[in-house]
Every structure is written in C-alpha cells, then in structure tokens.
Design a protein around this ligand. Structure first.
Ligand code: SF4
Ligand code: SF4
Length: 246
C-alpha cells in the first residue's frame, strides 16, 4: 500500500485504522512503513477510512506474483486464496469440522493461530513451529495455503523467499492420533518460548458415543486447563451449498 505524497494533506485520519501501526505522519505528509505493512487493505476500504483526498492506493500490479503478494492472502479477509479458493486466511479452518469433516473419531485436529492485529507474524516464525513438529511426522492440511509455501513438508521448512514476509495471522493445521496429543502439546509448549509473536491453540475432536469429549479427558490427565471457550457452528454452509446446487 502506498500514499500519494502529492495528494496527502497530512490530516492523520488514516493513522489509527492501521492494525500494524504502519502509517505515520511527518512534515504534514503520511507514509507507510513497507516492512510493517501486511497489505490488509483496511486503509483503502472506502467505508472505513475516509481519506479526504483519496491519497492511499494499492499498486497491486507491482506485487502480483511476487512473495509480497502472500501478505494480502494472510491479512485481508476480502481476498480469496488462489490455491484453496477460500477467503480470509485461505483455509476453512479445522475448527469448522462439522462442515469440513477433517477430523474423525479417534483423531485430534490441531490449529496453531500465529499472529494477531498489532502483532502480526512472519513465515520465519511459523517455521519455528513447523520445524519443531517435524519429529512427530505431522501431515499438514492440504487445503491450507501455508502448506503450499513449504519447501519441505517433512522437515517443516518454508521457501526462502517467503520467510521474511510479514502477515497479520497464519494458521498451522494438522491432524494426529489422540494418543499423540500429550507429546504434540509438549513440543508446542517448548516452541512457544522461542516465538516472537502470540498464538492461540485450537484442539478439535469429535464427541465419543457416550457424549464425552476425549480432548478434555486427555488435557486433564496431562495437567492442562483449556479456557472455557466454545464455538457452535450450525453446519449450514455445506447443506446450503448442496441445496443451491441441487
Ligand atoms: S494495508 Fe493494512 S497494514 Fe498496510 S498500511 Fe494499510 S491498514 Fe496498514
Ligand atoms: S487520510 Fe489521506 S490525506 Fe489524511 S493523512 Fe491519511 S493519506 Fe494523508
């Protein structure tokens, strides 16, 4: 994202809208720190930032096809990822399991959501997690754009050209067996100490036939207390799509 220096009058309206604090005003002109900018598009949404001179613009042709382009896909919810065809961060997310059916009984789905507005993350940070998980022979979610930026899925490494790209947030997703959960969580806990960003951890499983939640039993056993935070999806997406297609 860029600001036309001829048009900008330095009013500062745009500054507080940037989730990465990448916009600043000096000598009555605003400018965008290109390292910090994650190309989230907030500053050019006409109903959000009412720049009086329409000075902010996106020279998309300049970044199209370059490593920087991935910033948009992981930061701007209005974009749809080319590989997965999914808007937002390019994945349906394992937490919508009632729609995607990715995690079966006896399995655990793990999603590690790195970065947040005002913090962000880079793929070099994401790589710290994926490399640490390599010893568990993790199979990364195919329908997640992160997986396609990897150089070596076995080693958990990312392609060199993407490593320093700055994004708002990215989700590492994979499935494991329930019995692997304790060791996977231990690795994630250890890796957290080396991360220069924040992350939240989602654990997904199916109810057992008796109504119990195996993840909770297992977490209790290893002494971890999950935050009481639930999301109820009604699973309307897929049936609605099927009805429409029918
Ligand atoms: S695109 Fe997003 S991160 Fe970049 S300057 Fe605009 S609001 Fe800030
Ligand atoms: S809102 Fe527009 S004119 Fe005002 S500082 Fe930002 S870019 Fe410049």
């Amino acid at each position: 994202m860029l600001i036309d220096q001829e048009k900008c009058i330095g009013c500062g309206i745009c500054v507080s809208y940037c989730p990465m604090e990448a916009i600043s005003v000096a000598d009555k002109k605003a400018s965008i720190n290109q390292e910090m900018c994650v190309e989230c598009g907030t500053c050019i949404r006409p109903r959000v930032v009412r720049c009086p001179t329409k000075a902010i613009y996106e020279p998309y042709e300049q970044i199209k096809g370059t490593p920087r382009e991935v910033r948009r896909f992981f930061s701007d919810p209005a974009t749809t990822h080319g590989v997965t065809g999914v808007p937002g961060r390019g994945t349906e997310e394992v937490k919508t399991n009632d729609v995607t059916g990715r995690v079966c009984r006896g399995e655990i789905g793990i999603a590690i959501e790195l970065g947040r507005p005002c913090v962000g993350t880079t793929f070099a940070e994401v790589e710290k997690v994926t490399m640490a998980l390599a010893k568990h022979h993790v199979d990364y979610e195919e329908c997640n754009p992160l997986t396609h930026l990897m150089a070596d899925r076995v080693k958990g490494t990312f392609k060199e050209e993407y490593k320093q790209e700055n994004v708002l947030s990215a989700i590492v997703e994979f499935n494991g067996k329930l019995e692997q959960m304790a060791e996977l969580l231990e690795t994630i806990k250890e890796t957290a100490k080396k991360l220069d960003t924040v992350f939240s951890l989602d654990l997904i499983c199916c109810f057992e036939e008796d109504g119990s939640i195996p993840v909770l039993t297992e977490l209790e056993r290893i002494g971890m207390k999950p935050r009481a935070n639930a999301k109820v999806n009604l699973g309307m997406g897929r049936p609605y799509k099927i009805i429409r297609e029918a």
